[in-house]
Write a protein that binds this ligand. Sequence first.
Ligand SMILES: [Zn+2]
Length: 192
Amino acid sequence: MDKPGTVADRLGDKPADGKLRIVHAFMNTRNGDGREDLPNPDALRDWLARHELISARARLNNADLEQARSVRDALVRLSAARQSGRQDIDAIETLNRAARRAQMAVTFDADGRGQVRPLAPASDGALGSIIAIVFEAMNDGTWDRLKICRDASCAFAFYDRSKNHSGTWCDIAVCGNVAKARSFRARHAKHG
Ligand SMILES: [Zn+2]
């Protein structure tokens, strides 16, 4: 059995591409049923180090853990809110606070391309790197395809490759069918 902190990335069978895959995996370190892959600061450090966002020797504390979880949960809520056409001001404020702590700055690389990068070190900077990926994905349109499964007990993030962005289940054969069976039972209860 895996030790805490060595859990493989949970991407399902609809993974995002490129760097967005890190955000995808980060969002899936929890689920709708209360599973938590980041139970303590060491597990968070190991997760961030495995994705080359922090040194493997970094020492994180409970405040770092709380901050990381709040950013993760804000990303999940932001995605779910977008899908249902709502705003989530709380989630936005959490991300704005995290971006300020990470000291996000525009920097230019050797090719003259501008990028948004965190200046802060340690955990704040690692979360800033995740925010930077989200920011870029928002600009290139891929963020809109990162969705949360409509089954609330699942709430698994998946990358929707359907042509018209119409996917609502992480796995139509599992969560889609569970929902179908539920509405079938509800209809029958009404008529029975
Ligand atoms: Zn699902």
